[in-house]
Design a protein around this ligand. Structure first.
Ligand SMILES: *[C@@H]1O[C@H](CO)[C@@H](O)[C@H](O)[C@H]1NC(C)=O
Ligand SMILES: *[C@@H]1O[C@H](CO)[C@@H](O)[C@H](O)[C@H]1NC(C)=O
Ligand SMILES: *[C@@H]1O[C@H](CO)[C@@H](O)[C@H](O)[C@H]1NC(C)=O
Length: 367
């Protein structure tokens, strides 16, 4: 079903119910907040000095499809959070670090390259993470600082968050990507998973304690289907690959991470029975797009290939998208993968469409 159509149906149902004086339903949502990493960053890292202006997403062909120039989005165009805002009938979410922007409809705190865990966790394990990122704990501080600037009493802050939807993630993918790119084994990375999920759950709990009533916690993507994962774990053994051609071991690791996150969310729901906590299944939404690819207009032969750049699809490689002389496909509309780590606008649009259908059904309009 078309988004706009779906949404008008929803508003119709709501206004119909609101006609009953005893049912003062408040819908739709007024504000949207996002914490996350590069797949949701609409312009924070590009504003972090001194690195911001030098990042690859500050160069063409990033942003070539939308808005026609680089904005710091790691795609040729719109991100999933842009489509989420559109589905809710809200303006696109502005990045927190844009001090000229309006935050009347919410704030985007996501910073490209960020991890769920603090850098001290990685330092202890000999994994290098860039110093310019803002891990989940830092984004949570920003959220609290921002909230303190728009309300001063717990009651007032609860009021500000009553009609908000908050995305905590997708985050945690980089907590796997950095060690993987630095040669850590999947067995070792496996031991990080409980901590990654704890960081996500602890942050979600604090956001609820700040007054949030509706939260989306996305799982991780099947990164074994992403060119970065495919090149990091390339193998000559055909049993390493699943029916899509994805790396089985890496996807199994993510499945395990997602299943544990779902369990942790269930117990968080028991802790806060009045709060709507939605697990958003990015893993299966992505696979649905792969399955439906020919009908959706993607090139079947390029499903696991990046539109821009060459292997190893590590942002430190001179072959990564945004560097001079790197190949770019002519029609990104027909590709799922943009630069090997991030998706094209068209993939973001399709995946968001699948996920928002589910989220809109679960959002509770508040009395
Ligand atoms: C991460 O760092 C922040 C800020 O330095 C700190 O408040 C928080 O307790 C740390 N979290 C963990 C799990 O170490
Ligand atoms: C999550 O919170 C628990 C309980 O406060 C704490 O023991 C744990 O260290 C936290 N974990 C992370 C990764 O923040
Ligand atoms: C696969 O086999 C080719 C030819 O034997 C070899 O050059 C290549 O390094 C192998 N690749 C991997 C990932 O093992």
């Amino acid at each position: 079903m078309d988004f706009v159509y779906f949404f008008s149906l929803l508003s119709f149902a709501v206004s119909f119910l609101a006609a009953d004086a005893t049912l003062q339903l408040i819908c739709p949502l007024q504000t949207l907040y996002q914490l996350g990493a590069s797949k949701s960053d609409t312009g924070n890292l590009i504003r972090v000095l001194p690195v911001g202006p030098t990042i690859l997403a500050a160069r063409f062909p990033y942003g070539e499809t939308f808005p026609g120039r680089p904005t710091g989005r790691w795609s040729n165009g719109r991100l999933m959070i842009d489509y989420t805002a559109m589905a809710l009938g809200l303006p696109l979410l502005n990045p927190y670090l844009d001090n000229k922007a309006s935050f009347n409809n919410g704030v985007n705190f996501a910073v490209a390259g960020s991890t769920a865990l603090n850098s001290s966790f990685f330092a202890m394990r000999g994994v290098i993470v860039p110093s310019f990122i803002t891990p989940l704990s830092g984004q949570l501080s920003w959220f609290k600082t921002y909230l303190a600037s728009i309300c001063s009493t717990p009651t007032e802050c609860d009021g500000k968050l009553r009609r908000a939807l908050i995305f905590v993630g997708e985050i945690g993918g980089n907590d796997i990507n950095y060690p993987l790119a630095q040669g850590k084994s999947l067995q070792e990375i496996q031991t990080y998973l409980p901590f990654i999920n704890q960081a996500i759950i602890n942050t979600t709990r604090e956001i609820i304690q700040a007054g949030a009533l509706q939260i989306v916690v996305p799982g991780n993507f099947p990164i074994g289907c992403f060119p970065f994962g495919l090149s990091a774990l390339a193998s000559n053994d055909s049993t390493s690959y699943d029916e899509f051609g994805c790396i089985r071991s890496l996807n199994n690791l993510v499945l395990n991470q997602n299943n544990n996150l779902k369990l942790a969310i269930s117990s968080l729901r028991r802790e806060f029975p009045d709060v709507v906590i939605i697990y958003s299944d990015y893993y299966n939404a992505f696979l649905s797009v792969l399955r439906g690819a020919p009908i959706l207009g993607f090139d079947r032969e390029n499903l696991l290939k990046a539109c821009c750049g060459r292997a190893p699809f590590n942002p430190l490689s001179p072959q990564f998208c945004g560097n001079p002389g790197v190949p770019v496909c002519l029609n990104p509309r027909r590709y799922v993968h943009w630069d090997g780590i991030h998706l094209t606008q068209e993939a973001n649009r399709r995946i968001s469409e699948i996920l928002m259908r589910d989220i809109l059904l679960r959002i509770r309009c508040i009395r």
